[in-house]
Design a protein around this ligand. Structure first.
Ligand code: ZN
Length: 298
């Protein structure tokens, strides 16, 4: 009986997740938040967008879902009349690259080599039952890199740094070095359990390591545009890191004691972390990702 209840819960969670992805984009409003100097953050549905506006024109980081492209264009138009020159992708996921086909016609798309590879081919995300078909040519990055590159734009060096396997195998973090702002992509789901895409090169251990290496190199007063969640700071990133370390430790200890996924999910996590399960992922989904990542990779 207990296992039937468990399966029902999983099916319901699964449906809820699917429904949240199949939203009515017509009702979505794009919110513009001033971050610092000439840097802005746009929030709608999907990954947060970073914007640099200035004499050289516009540069954006990520572009949410395809149906939102017109609304994003209107929001950008309110920030500056300049031409959209560059589009950077933090990773391949459709909630960060969906607008590529539209914006790629006017701007040069820059991303890590693996982002181009994954956009060119069919991808599957089992946890959300999502399939991503190969993207058209205009949606593909034109400039790719393996480690890092810089765009000198609007009077500052915008440094793009690739990190090893974490959220996916093509993650980049973008430092607006003059403005003291970083767009950290999906290495921060502010205040919620993160999705780690094990099917496209993600790895929980690597993810935590990458968060640590970013934490080490950021100035204390930096402003952080997270992949998901509100505009954040170092305190938020530290809290996120603490959550990652402590919850994975608990799950690993239970795995070492011989418990299976269902048993660990049934036990749940301490109350302290309950709020983190109110975002994109439920607590049981986060436990599943950690369990699978550590079963595969050790
Ligand atoms: Zn993502």
């Amino acid at each position: 009986m207990k296992s039937v209840k468990y399966i029902v819960t999983i099916v319901v969670l699964f449906l809820l997740t699917s429904v949240s992805f199949a939203q009515d984009y017509g009702k979505v409003q794009i919110k513009t938040i001033h971050v610092s100097g000439n840097i802005y953050m746009l929030q709608g549905v999907g990954g947060n967008i970073g914007v640099s506006v200035g004499a050289d024109g516009l540069l954006i980081v990520d572009d949410q879902f395809a149906p939102l492209a017109d609304k994003i264009r209107v929001a950008l138009g309110k920030l500056g009349e300049g031409k959209l020159r560059f589009l950077l992708n933090t990773h391949w996921h459709g909630d960060h690259t969906g607008g590529n086909a539209t914006f790629g016609k006017e701007a040069t798309i820059i991303a890590h080599t693996n982002v181009r590879k994954r956009l060119q081919t069919r991808q599957v995300i089992e946890m959300f039952n999502m399939v991503s078909e190969p993207a058209p040519k205009e949606a593909l990055p034109v400039i790719t890199f393996d480690h890092s590159l810089s765009v000198h734009f609007n009077d500052e060096e915008i440094r793009v740094l690739h990190l090893p396997k974490g959220h996916t195998d093509g993650d980049s973090v973008i430092f607006f070095t003059g403005s003291n702002v970083v767009h950290i992509g999906d290495l921060l789901f502010s205040g919620m359990f993160p999705f780690v895409d094990l099917g496209t090169g993600g790895d929980v251990k690597g993810y935590i390591k990458n968060v640590e290496s970013i934490l080490d190199r950021l100035p204390r007063d930096v402003k952080i545009i997270p992949g998901h969640g509100p505009l954040s700071d170092i305190k938020d990133l530290k809290a996120f890191h603490e959550m990652l370390v402590e919850t994975t430790k608990i799950i690993n200890q239970r795995m070492a004691a011989g418990k299976n996924l269902r048993q660990i999910q049934a036990e749940g996590l301490p109350k302290k972390w309950a709020m983190w399960g109110n975002g994109l992922l439920k607590t049981s989904q986060w436990i599943e990702i950690v369990y699978k990542s550590f079963s595969e990779g050790g």
